[in-house]
Design a protein around this ligand. Structure first.
Ligand code: TXA
Ligand code: MG
Length: 341
C-alpha cells in the first residue's frame, strides 16, 4: 500500500478533507493528538477497525479508545453518562483523559475487545478535532506504533512503524504531552485509575474525591490475574536493549554504570547530566520535571534502538504528578527491573 503524507499546521487545511474522506470510506489514518500519534479508523465500521489490529499486530482482546470531538457523540456510545463522568468531562475535556463506561450496542465487540465497556476520549489537539469533525464519525484510535514498541510522538516515529501499512499519515509536529492519556474507569463501584497520564491522580481527586489506583500501574501483573485494562498485560514500550532503572543519587548512578558498563551500554539520564556519565547518554527531560520527562521519554526509548544499545541504565523518575506516568512507562520498558543503589 502507498502511504500518503500530509503536513498540516492549520486545522482548516483542505488536506484534512481528504483525510476525512479516507476515514469515511473505511481507511486508516495516523493522526496527531496532544498525547501521542493515533492510528484512526471509523469506530462504527468493524472492517475498518480490524485493519487497525492488523497494521499494529495488536491482540484482538486489547480494546481501543473511541475519540470524539463533540459531547453529543458520547451518549450514543454508552449506556448512560453518570454525574461523575459529566463532571470529569467538564473539568478535563477536551484533553488527555479517557473515561470507561458500560458500552451501548452501537459499539461492537471488535472495538471493545469483547468487554462490555467502552473507553472514550475527546482530544484537545486542533488537528485531531478537525479530522474527527470532517470524518463525521467517532474514531477508534490506539497509539500508532507497532504493538509492543514505544508510542510515537512524531510523524517520523509513525512512518518508521507504519509506512506501507496504512492509507495516510498526518504530520502536525511533535506531541506536547508525550505520554498516552490518563485512563479512568467509571464502570465499577469506585473510580479506578487504570493508566496514569497527563491528568494526574491529584487532579482527578479534586473533582471526584478519592479514587482507587489499579495495582497494575505500579506492579507487574501476577501470573493468572485478569488485567482490568487488557493493555497492561502485554509487553510494552520495550526497546531491544535490556533496560534497568537505578534508584539513587547521580553519583551512585555514575559509579554503578562505570562498574557494570559494556561496550554497548547507554544511559538514559536527565538533561545536563550527559557529560558526567562514563557511557554515551540520552537525556529524557529535566530532573524533577515530570512534564518535560513525559514529553521526551518515548523519543528517548526509540533512540536507544537506533543507537544500537544492548544494555541501558536509566535514572529513576520522580513518581508524583505526571512523573507517575513516566515511571509507569519506563518500568514496563525495563520489564520491572529496578536496582536500589
Ligand atoms: O492518548 C491516548 O490515549 C492515545 C491517543 C491516540 O489518543 N491512545 C492510546 O490508545 O494510547 P492505546 O490503545 O494505545 O491504549 C489504550 C489503553 C490500552 O491499555 C487498553 O487496554 C485500554 O486503554 N482500554 C481501552 N478500552 C478499555 C476498556 N473498555 N476497559 C479497560 N481498558 C481499556
Ligand atoms: Mg498503545
Amino acid at each position: 500500500m502507498n502511504t500518503q503524507f500530509f503536513s498540516v499546521s492549520d486545522p482548516r487545511d483542505p488536506a484534512l478533507r481528504t483525510v476525512g474522506e479516507i476515514l469515511r470510506r473505511g481507511g486508516l489514518a495516523a493522526i496527531p493528538t496532544e498525547t501521542v500519534y493515533g492510528l484512526a479508523a471509523n469506530a462504527l465500521d468493524d472492517c475498518a477497525v480490524r485493519g487497525i489490529f492488523r497494521a499494529k499486530g495488536r491482540p484482538a482482546d486489547n480494546p481501543l479508545i473511541v475519540h470524539i470531538s463533540d459531547y453529543s457523540q458520547w451518549a450514543p456510545l454508552v449506556r448512560e453518562i453518570p454525574a461523575q463522568a459529566k463532571q470529569l468531562a467538564d473539568a478535563f475535556w477536551p484533553g488527555p483523559l479517557t473515561v470507561i463506561l458500560p458500552k451501548s450496542d452501537r459499539v461492537s465487540s471488535v472495538v471493545s475487545g469483547g468487554l462490555s465497556t467502552v473507553a472514550v476520549r475527546m482530544p484537545s489537539h486542533p488537528v485531531a478535532r478537525a479530522i474527527i469533525d470532517t470524518a463525521g464519525v467517532p474514531l477508534a484510535a490506539p497509539s500508532a506504533n507497532t504493538s509492543g514498541k514505544p508510542s510515537p510522538t512524531t510523524a517520523q516515529h509513525v512512518k518508521d512503524d507504519m509506512d506501507g501499512k496504512i492509507d495516510c499519515i498526518v504530520d502536525a509536529g511533535p506531541c506536547s504531552v508525550g505520554v498516552e492519556s490518563t485512563v479512568l474507569s467509571l464502570a465499577g463501584n469506585k473510580p479506578r485509575l487504570l493508566r496514569p497520564g497527563g491528568i494526574t491522580p491529584a487532579m482527578l481527586e479534586r473533582v471526584l474525591g478519592s479514587i482507587d489506583i489499579d495495582d497494575a500501574v505500579f506492579h507487574q501483573l501476577a501470573a493468572g490475574k485478569t488485567a482490568a485494562s487488557p493493555g497492561m498485560k502485554y509487553k510494552h514500550y520495550a526497546p531491544k536493549a535490556q533496560v534497568t532503572i537505578l534508584k539513587g543519587s547521580l553519583q551512585q548512578f555514575c559509579e554503578y554504570v562505570d562498574a557494570h558498563k559494556t561496550p554497548d551500554t547507554l544511559a538514559l539520564c536527565f538533561a545536563g547530566e550527559e557529560a558526567l556519565l562514563p557511557v554515551p547518554a540520552i537525556a529524557f527531560g529535566n530532573e524533577a520535571d515530570g512534564k518535560s520527562q513525559a514529553a521526551n521519554i518515548f523519543a528517548a526509548l526509540r533512540d536507544v534502538d537506533s543507537r544500537g544499545a544492548g544494555q541501558v541504565f536509566a535514572r529513576f523518575p520522580q513518581m508524583d504528578g505526571v512523573g507517575l506516568a513516566v515511571f509507569n512507562r519506563l518500568v514496563r520498558a525495563a520489564a520491572f527491573h529496578i536496582v536500589e543503589l
